[in-house]
Design a protein around this ligand. Structure first.
Ligand SMILES: Cc1ncc(COP(=O)(O)O)c(C=O)c1O
Length: 373
């Protein structure tokens, strides 16, 4: 059983065919339609489709005013693209620890990480659960610091009735095939801030604006556009979004029931007032369980699982450059060692989840008795 299988079909093929037949393949009407569908869905004024979430994060940081030497606060537990985007902007990532119960940035540690050089806060909505944006926005507003949401995994998630991507100054989604919907590769920046939107619009496409006859290049911009071929897939995917979210949430509820009495396995929580999108279903194993052995054991039984995500300070580049001790980031360090992602995608049946749960409890129990020997 695979960890994730994107849900695509004839509708995506038909949309792609129309783009190919039109002869206009770069960013055009499909991307505009895709952007409108997402902006309406999340309740943001502007949406800009990008070639990936990584380019989207870089562009969003640039547009909110981050420049060389600035500090950007991020949680330590995330796919390293979060920190890479900060580095690409010449800025310095400041890693803050997470709350193990949610895998999200621990807001009680945020204030002490702010310095006069802090130019942005970039919380991650880990695995589709929004960070505590009420607490984060409150601290950010007091210090007058923009918030860029790394909402790569969180299309469809909400915090107190507001959608991920509409909770900060800007939000960034990913459409990599492991995300809620896919365009193959792709991303999107949402914002309701006119100035930020104007900046993104120019920087996304070579720093150019339309002149009377030719383009006029007013900034040293990027080419971070999403092509219409990819956006066509996204348009078809948006028609599936409600179904995908409904299935992911239903299957997550099934897992939670199945694991109620499984020793050593802690299931994810959804704080009251939030809606999880369950891009990934990530459990935390007890400390005495060897997570990597569990992954091997599951694989031997035909079930693909993987780690949760990365404690970035442990990765060679960040460890060599910043040399942060594990003691400074204990929760993220533990999550890197003990978090486990289980298969979850809309095509799975409840009976298949039951099989995953049975195998996992056997593998975990075997691992524990081996550890005792
Ligand atoms: C939290 C987070 N941010 C950013 C990214 C980068 O997304 P992309 O692959 O679209 O560049 C990912 C991808 O896995 C992610 O999980």
């Amino acid at each position: 059983m695979r960890l994730n299988v994107p849900l695509t079909g004839a509708e995506e093929l038909a949309e792609i065919a129309e783009v190919l037949e039109s002869g206009y393949l770069t960013q055009g009407p499909r991307a505009a339609r895709f952007e409108k569908l997402i902006a309406e869905h999340i309740g943001a004024t502007f949406a800009f489709a990008t070639s990936s979430a990584t380019t989207g994060l870089h562009l969003a940081l640039h547009a909110v005013g981050v420049s060389a030497g600035d500090e950007v606060i991020i949680p330590d537990f995330s796919f390293p693209a979060t920190a890479n985007a900060v580095i690409q902007q010449g800025a310095i990532p400041v890693f803050v620890d997470i709350d193990l119960a949610t895998f999200n940035l621990n807001p009680s540690l945020l204030e002490e990480a702010i310095t006069p050089r802090t130019r942005a806060i970039m919380p991650v909505h880990a695995f589709g659960l929004t960070a505590d944006m009420t607490a984060i926005s409150d601290i950010a507003a007091r210090h007058n610091i923009p918030v860029v949401e790394d909402a790569a995994c969180a299309l469809g998630a909400t915090h107190r009735g507001v959608s991920a991507g509409a909770l900060g100054t800007a939000g960034v989604f990913s459409f990599h095939p492991r995300k809620i919907i896919t365009t193959g590769e792709g991303g999107l920046i949402s914002t309701s801030d006119e100035k930020v939107a104007a900046s993104i619009s120019v920087l996304r496409s070579h720093g150019a604006v339309r002149g009377e006859r030719y383009m006029s290049f007013i900034d040293a911009g990027y080419n971070y556009r999403l092509s219409d071929v990819h956006a066509a897939i996204g348009v078809a995917q948006m028609a599936r979004l409600d179904y995908i979210l409904e299935r992911r949430r239903a299957l997550a509820a099934t897992y939670a029931d199945l694991f109620v009495d499984t020793p050593g396995v802690t299931t994810p929580i959804t704080p009251a007032g939030d809606e999880h999108s369950f891009q990934s279903y990530v459990v935390l194993l007890d400390e005495d369980i060897d997570r990597d052995h569990v992954i091997d054991g599951m694989k031997a039984r035909g079930i693909e699982t993987t780690l949760g995500t990365y404690s970035m300070h442990l990765q060679p580049y960040f460890s060599e450059r910043f040399g942060i001790s594990d003691e400074a980031l204990p929760a993220a360090t533990r999550a890197q060692r003990s978090a486990l992602t289980l298969p979850l995608y809309p095509q799975l049946e409840e009976s298949e989840l039951q099989h995953v749960a049975e195998v996992l409890s056997e593998v975990v129990a075997g691992n524990r008795s081996a550890a005792k020997r």
